[in-house]
Design a protein around this ligand. Structure first.
Ligand code: SAH
Length: 241
């Protein structure tokens, strides 16, 4: 059994090295040193775009997003845009990551289930915020890569290769659930795995466009929902590959 939890926020997790030449390359087997100036700049940009939660912005400023994309895309890693990560999937736009995290209204020690590990970047943001992270990815290849990246950077969320529609019944209930791919309706098993008083944040709607939705579990049987801005996510697909 995996008994590791995410470590609490540490300011210099990815050691700040201001003198590093911008395009120096590191062998993959070695833990690289990242210059976090660009991550700090990205966090300021997200603040200017309306992200209010200071803990979210601080987390973004501490994470080398370049570590979560292919080396060939490193130059673009701190732009506020999604990037391809293989298997036809994307690492979400930083604004979207920040907005979804903000809407979760995290509290220290929350048990958070993420659906769609993808690159692992969102999981790193959650780890930085001092919550206990569980994350499921349906593509084995992405699951493996995300695990290696996260562990190399010192993040140890509980990662699973599986179908997010099933959730993790053995670990439920969760205080918060975050879905980073678009289902057509709220997955019923995930609703059941939400603690009473808990919140689920997910993009909901059709294939072409979705509305960011917050579902709160009011009591055993009642849920309330509120809706926010529109986004475009990759679809949440059944089964595993
Ligand atoms: N949170 C990710 C975003 C990845 S995009 C990041 O920070 O990079 C959404 C991810 O959801 C993709 O990797 C996709 O493969 C995954 N996904 C889609 N349907 C899924 C399902 N049913 N269960 C688990 N993961 C799923």
């Amino acid at each position: 059994m995996l008994a590791l939890i995410c470590s609490l926020p540490v300011t210099n997790r990815a050691q700040v090295e201001k003198t590093e030449p911008e395009n120096s390359k590191f062998p993959m087997t070695q833990s690289p040193t990242y210059n976090l100036e660009k991550a700090e700049k990205l966090a300021r940009e997200l603040r200017d775009k309306g992200i209010r939660d200071k803990a979210v912005l601080a987390a973004i400023a501490r994470i080398p997003r370049e570590a979560f994309v292919d080396e060939a895309l490193a130059e673009m890693a701190y732009l506020d845009r999604p990037l391809p990560i293989g298997e036809g999937q994307t690492i979400s736009q930083p604004y979207t990551v920040a907005r979804q995290t903000e809407l979760l209204e995290l509290e220290p020690g929350d048990r958070v289930l993420e659906i769609g590990t993808g690159s692992g970047y969102q999981a790193a943001v959650l780890c930085e915020m001092g919550v206990e992270v569980y994350s499921i990815e349906r593509y084995e290849e992405l699951y493996q890569t995300a695990k290696e990246t996260l562990n190399r950077l010192g993040y140890f969320p509980k990662l699973y290769h599986g179908d997010g529609y099933e959730g993790l019944p053995g670990e439920a209930p969760f205080d918060k659930i975050l879905i980073t791919a678009a289902p057509e309706t709220i997955p019923p098993k995930l609703k059941e795995q939400l603690r009473v008083g808990g919140r689920m944040v997910l993009p909901l709607g059709g294939r072409d466009r979705q509305q960011m939705t917050v579902v709160k579990r009011v009591n055993e049987t009642r849920y309330s929902t509120s809706t926010h801005e529109d986004y475009i996510f990759v679809p949440m697909k059944k089964g595993t590959e």
